[in-house]
Design a protein around this ligand. Structure first.
Ligand code: HEC
Length: 184
């Protein structure tokens, strides 16, 4: 009797502790599932692999390029593997952390870079709160992609289209200053 009473008390204490952790972590991530992502990982966009649609570029910082490429090339949607790096324009990158890192963003981190001939610097990084240099919240736009697309907008996954033409996007990709570095 006494033992079961203490078990119940223990369970309540445990759930309270869990609830407190959840509340205090509502804007942070599970550090144990976080990949080590530093600015040095990001370089010339056009040296990354192209998605089958031809619109964006992909890589994988864990060496799992094939799985990332398969997800990017899927015609029906796919969940990207951990380590995936996706980029449409040099200054904006999405990186996939390990499962459970941040369920709300499907474990994607949104990153805005400053890029120059000297390389990349991380300007802003995070999850649902990241706002780009144009005042747009990455997640607010990308969450409109239908669930099977894993927050990847593409040109027909449900996101509102960007107000720039494909030619402009290709022009921005081809003028990435990191691609003309002498040591690149
Ligand atoms: C105004 C809405 C909007 C905002 C804000 C926005 N994006 Fe996007 N993003 C899009 C759309 C739409 C596309 C697809 C464009 C295309 O290929 O025609 C896209 C494409 C991308 C891609 C290529 C993969 C894909 O989803 O097609 C990446 C990576 C990306 N954005 C990252 C970011 C990051 C990081 C931020 C914030 C720093 C950001 N975006 C902010 C709408 C947005």
């Amino acid at each position: 009797m006494l033992a079961s009473h203490w078990k119940t008390a223990g369970k309540i204490a445990c759930s309270l502790a869990a609830a407190t952790v959840l509340i205090s972590q509502s804007h942070s991530q599970d550090a144990s599932q976080q990949l080590d992502v530093t600015a040095e990982l990001f370089d010339c966009i056009t040296q990354m692999a192209k998605s089958a649609s031809g619109s964006f570029f992909v890589d994988n910082i864990l060496g799992d390029q094939d799985a990332t490429q398969a997800a990017a090339d899927s015609e029906t949607g796919a969940s990207y593997p951990p380590g995936s790096v996706v980029s449409l324009i040099p200054t904006e990158v999405m990186v996939k952390h390990n499962p459970g890192w941040n369920p709300e963003t499907n474990d994607w981190e949104f990153i805005e870079l400053n890029v120059s001939e000297a390389g990349s610097e991380i300007n802003v990084r995070g999850t649902t709160e990241v706002v780009n240099q144009f005042g747009g919240n990455c997640f607010d736009c990308h969450k409109l992609a239908r669930p099977e697309w894993d927050l990847i907008c593409g040109s027909d996954h449900g996101c509102a289209p960007l107000p720039i033409t494909r030619e402009t996007i290709i022009g921005i990709q081809n003028s990435d200053p990191r691609c003309v570095r002498e040591d690149a």
